[in-house]
Design a protein around this ligand. Sequence first.
Ligand SMILES: Nc1nc2c(ncn2[C@@H]2O[C@H](COP(=O)(O)OP(=O)(O)OP(=O)(O)O)[C@@H](O)[C@H]2O)c(=O)[nH]1
Ligand SMILES: [Mg+2]
Length: 317
Amino acid sequence: MSFQDIKPVENADFYIDLAVKKAKKKASALKEKHRRNPGLEREIIITTCKLECFTSLINQKFNEIISGFPSLDSMPEFYLELFKTVLGYGEVKKSLGSVQWASRQVTRLKNRIIADIKKAVSVKQVQTLKKEFFGRSTSVIKQIDKHLRKIEEARKVMRSFPTVKTGLKTFCIAGFPNVGKTTLMFKLSGSKPEINSYPFTTKNINVAYIKRGYTKIQLLDTPGTLNRFEKMNAIEKQAYLAMKLLAEKIIFVFDLTETYPLKEQEKLYKKIKRFGKEIIIYLSKEDLLKGNKKLGDFKKKYGAISSVEKLREKLLA
Ligand SMILES: Nc1nc2c(ncn2[C@@H]2O[C@H](COP(=O)(O)OP(=O)(O)OP(=O)(O)O)[C@@H](O)[C@H]2O)c(=O)[nH]1
Ligand SMILES: [Mg+2]
């Protein structure tokens, strides 16, 4: 699923201006055509055209917003949970509903006022009705300005959602912050995401692929998670959701250079084991561990892999 193509949503004034301009343009063409008609008849034709044109543009644009937004109810579970983690589900749903409401209100108003215009007995009466329509309809559209902005905010956030392919064998790279998860993904796949020497560098899930012959696997590099499933921040939650809902297997990265104590990393490992998925253990930064006594014991205890080549073979097997 991809969220890159949702079209930008503008504010209320933008749509009002656009619809007014379009209505004026269409009406001015009609003015010329009906220049010989008597005043009232001409006024009725032109005003009706303006109202129809304004309403039709608002309906078209608002429908585009609603239909262009991914359906929240039929989103795959991972995306829905991710959405709920980083955006207010109820709030965005309400905002989309309000756009539909505004569209209907403007149509209803237009129908009523056009019916009245048809019965008008003077040019002045038609003009008063026109004023009423534009006053009320623009006020309805302005009322949903905050909702249009909310949808635009949601669209921008959703653009950072990873584009994950379903149906591919998927491995999640997990572990504490700064242990070398992103570096490992880079070494395995050649993709080039951001790598830094401080914790919480990765804020979204990075996606990469390894291909050999007909075998293709998907790697998800997750943000580092601390040992606190109950109090996770939004970044950590993404990793948790990917592990729980997307991963077939998990590559758990241990770092014995101890930016974070091994005991803490082991606690996280045990928690991740509870997902019930197969876990492959990778030991990073072995080049910094020469002569370290813990190395042998650790490898024996966990059967950890520390060679990228060996790990790649295991993933593709
Ligand atoms: N010497 C050495 N440094 C490494 C190795 N793997 C990672 N690093 C360094 O460790 C730091 C963190 O690496 P990242 O790959 O960004 O770690 P991460 O686990 O993705 O970190 P977060 O995204 O913050 O959770 C960087 O400075 C890397 O260059 C390794 O095998 N050897
Ligand atoms: Mg990272």
